[in-house]
Design a protein around this ligand. Structure first.
Ligand code: GAF
Length: 378
């Protein structure tokens, strides 16, 4: 694990690379997702919670004609401010370039500047390191040019950067979590309306992430295929029933009436989305009642659905969830994030955490509460 990211390490990084002090500093946290997987790009419900690991971006003036950015993890990139398209390549630079393009599309002029980026969110593990990068860069640039944009507009432009520049057809969950996460609360988001609500998560709930030791990049995983299959399934229903414009217009009973007509794989993808939305609602009420055994049961159900109906699990993730199921110390577990590797998320009563670690054979990352996004002038 790299050194924990802080304002001090980020300013030091900036000074080391650009030889001067930055003018502004912004922070965006990573997130866990308690439940609601692959529902955000289907107009569904999600329940992420921000974590203390974050991306920080320090921004300051440049004497040249370029926008330059440096990441402690990936190195340096730049483009000429006069160039019409800041696209400078693939990989991590595409995230930053996409955010810059999105800010310019809002009619905001960006002068030559330098950005130093630090992060302590492990990449490729489903903790939303990409959205945190996008949001931290956007907040730092907007703070620097002193143009306030509505957080919802920032979330959308960051998502578009990922959709169009990076090529991941992701939903809005991760960008919302990075912008609206607050300490000790999950964010219950309706991805159709964009409405969200903070749900208190008290200390009796400890979420632990166990590592499958499989890394995955969303863009090259089966994620885009799942997105396409969901669009096909929705189109199948919309062709037959004009009242169905979104999965939210479809009842589970109606879906079953069409079983046998709709291709089975599309039936299963849809079944996951519809049942996962229900599980999110049930989890919100169980959290409000502090009912950890119900939350745990819902996590196991979610895993079964993600594995059997949505097809995003792996052998290692299944094994970790099976181990958790067989242990009496863990209330619930499921694969976390987009799947195809990364972590499982486990709900463990505080008093059982060390016994659970022994059984799972690893220490796990314990998440109790989070910090929201902030940006401030130095
Ligand atoms: C990734 C995506 F970026 C999110 O938008 C979401 O779809 C998630 O996978 C799966 O729930 O984190």
């Amino acid at each position: 694990m790299p050194t924990r990211t802080s304002d001090r390490t980020t300013v030091q990084q900036y000074v080391k690379v650009f030889g001067d002090y930055p003018a502004v500093l912004a922070r965006a946290p990573g997130r866990i997702n308690i439940i609601g997987e692959h529902t955000d790009y289907n107009d569904g419900l999600v329940l992420p919670m921000s974590i203390e690991r974050c991306v920080m971006a320090a921004c300051g003036p440049s004497k040249g004609n370029t926008i330059r950015w440096y990441s402690d993890r990936y190195g340096c990139a730049e483009f000429d401010v006069k160039a019409s398209d800041p696209y400078v390549g693939t990989g991590w630079t595409a995230y930053v370039a996409g955010v810059i393009a999105g800010i310019r599309d809002q009619g905001i002029q960006i002068p030559p500047l330098n950005i130093a980026i630090t992060s302590d969110i492990p990449p490729g593990k489903g903790l939303s390191s990409s959205a945190a990068l996008e949001v931290a860069v956007a907040l730092s640039i907007l703070e620097y040019v002193d143009v306030p944009l509505e957080p919802v507009v920032i979330a959308n432009l960051c998502r578009e950067a990922e959709n169009h520049y990076v090529g991941v057809p992701c939903g809005i969950m991760d960008q919302y979590a990075a912008l609206f996460g607050i300490c000790g609360h999950a964010v219950f988001i309706d991805c159709m309306s964009g409405d969200f609500q903070h749900i208190p998560v008290d200390d009796s709930f400890v979420f632990v992430l166990y590592d499958s030791e499989e890394e995955r990049a969303l863009v090259s995983s089966g994620y885009p295929d799942r997105n396409r299959e969901c669009r096909e399934a929705l189109a199948w229903f919309a062709d037959r029933e004009t009242t169905i414009l979104s999965f939210r217009d479809l009842e589970i009973s109606r879906l079953f009436e069409h079983r046998g007509e709709i291709p089975e794989v599309l039936f299963r993808r849809t079944l996951h989305v519809l049942t996962e939305n229900r599980r999110v609602l049930k989890t919100v009420s169980a959290l409000n009642r502090r009912d950890d055994s119900t939350v745990g049961r819902l996590l196991f159900q979610s895993h079964r659905s993600l594995a059997h109906n949505f097809g995003v699990s792996t052998q290692s993730l299944d094994n970790l969830v099976k181990k958790a199921w067989e242990s009496r110390y863990i209330c619930g577990a499921r694969l976390h994030g987009g799947g195809f590797g990364g972590y499982t998320i486990n709900l463990i009563p505080q008093k059982n955490v060390s016994r659970a670690h022994e059984i799972m054979g690893q220490n796990g990352i314990e998440v109790r509460s989070g910090k929201g996004a902030e940006s401030w002038r130095i």
